[in-house]
Design a protein around this ligand. Structure first.
Ligand SMILES: Cc1ncc(COP(=O)(O)O)c(C=O)c1O
Length: 408
């Protein structure tokens, strides 16, 4: 058991020993380091930064990032209409719902949010224009809207590399919808978003299926000129068509945490979105040149010892969204070298962990994990304990703890 104790002497693990587990915690020193790193290119190239709330889901951490951004963070990118209204009620400025609405009720929530602050809607179809235009007209409230440009890469005919989101691919597509918006007296076009998901969301050195890494790096490198050209053309077409607001109050959003260095250099872009790179779910590891430090962890208690080299923990089955695979499982990080048991993965109520050779752990010991994604753990835990300067201190309520439901 002595070896186990040594191995569990990581600073986090020893602080966790007497705590009720499970417990989720954020190393705010690492968080601050990540924030400074992600803001660096924006500061250098004169861009604003927008925080993706989906990747934090913890208002106290959003506040912390804004307060420490030296004025660079100008707004939030929210992910549902209901959540946007919650932020508006909390007093947030400059909200952009980064994803389109799915019905007239969402349009009404956005109208309500605009009575309190600026809360822009994302549009990529005439149906969105109709719902938003109608709700804004009925309430006599001016509603800012953005267009969502698809930047996925189609290098060889029909091959689609990227996400399946907006159908607006060409400058003509964007102009056509902007003209429709211009016909709605209560809608105001305020921005264009072109999110290069196939660059921002692909690590260079993924941990699993590493044979795919050279191909991913090739995609990022080769598709980048296409991103620059198409985003630039869309902005130019709107300008040439006289569709940009006369008062100059206009933004072009690009990027994510994984592309900050590139996106900051795009002359068409005025603001960059960041989020995942602050808490660094483990899917965010392996971005070359981004020296981010994992800040979000959770600790489970060992509840039984089923055999030599194995422990079973209470809880843990918090699998991240996306294309389901082992990369979506949480990753045990302490004791270092621990792994999940492939046939069980992270379980509904308990999670077996295989310990590295020569290491043992007792019932009650903490096993520390990192989640795969940055935001979703805030839907499981009601609060995050904040780790700073070698100790666990204050706590921050998550969306779940605040009773904030983004989906209804
Ligand atoms: C529209 C949009 N912008 C930016 C991002 C990047 O966010 P993050 O930095 O959290 O990866 C995402 C992530 O999915 C997104 O959907």
């Amino acid at each position: 058991m002595a070896e186990a104790r040594d191995n569990l002497q990581s600073p986090y693990a020893s602080a966790l020993r007497d705590r009720p587990l499970p417990l989720a915690f954020v190393d705010v020193d690492a968080f601050d380091h990540n924030l400074a790193r992600l803001l660096l290119p924006a500061g250098l190239h004169g861009k604003r930064v927008r925080l993706a709330t989906k990747s934090l889901r913890c208002p106290a951490l959003v506040d912390r990032a804004i307060q420490r951004s030296g004025g660079l963070i100008g707004g939030l990118m929210t992910f549902t209409a209901r959540e946007t209204l919650l932020w508006a009620e909390r007093g947030a400025a400059d909200l952009l719902l980064g994803y389109p609405i799915g019905g007239p009720h969402d349009a009404e929530l956005l109208v309500q949010a605009n009575r309190l602050t600026r809360a822009a809607a994302m549009i990529d179809a005439s149906q969105h224009v109709a719902w938003l235009g109608q709700a804004a007209r009925a309430a006599q409230v001016k509603l800012p809207v953005w267009l969502d440009l698809d930047l996925s890469w189609r290098p060889f005919g029909g091959t689609h590399i990227g996400v399946r989101r907006s159908p607006l691919r060409t400058p003509q597509d964007v102009v056509m919808l902007a003209r429709l918006i211009a016909e709605e007296p209560f809608l105001q076009l305020r921005g264009l978003m072109g999110y290069e998901a196939h660059v921002a969301g692909l690590p260079d050195d993924g941990r699993l299926a590493s044979w795919q890494n050279p191909m991913k790096r090739w995609i990022k490198e080769r598709s980048w000129p296409d991103v620059l050209v198409r985003r630039g053309e869309a902005v130019r077409a709107l300008r040439d068509g006289g569709l940009l607001p006369a008062d100059g109050d206009w933004s072009c959003n690009g990027g994510g945490s994984g592309s900050v260095d590139r996106t900051a250099q795009d002359p068409s872009v005025t603001e960059i979105t960041i989020g995942s790179g602050l808490l660094v779910g483990h899917l965010f590891d392996g971005y070359r040149g981004l020296d981010l430090e994992p800040s979000l962890h959770f600790a489970l208690a060992v509840t039984r010892v089923p055999g030599p080299g194995l422990v079973t923990c209470g809880g843990g089955g918090w699998i991240a969204s996306g294309s389901a695979g082992a990369d979506r499982w949480p990753m045990p990080v302490w004791p270092a070298g621990s792994t999940l048991v492939a046939v069980e993965g992270a379980g509904e109520v308990q999670t077996p962990v295989s310990l590295p050779s020569g290491i043992a752990a007792d019932i009650g010991d903490p096993i520390v994990f990192r989640p795969a994604k940055s935001g979703e753990l805030a839907e499981v835990f009601t609060e995050y304990a904040l780790w700073s300067e070698g100790a666990l201190g204050a706590r921050a309520a998550t969306y779940r703890g605040l009773g904030w439901s983004a989906w209804g």
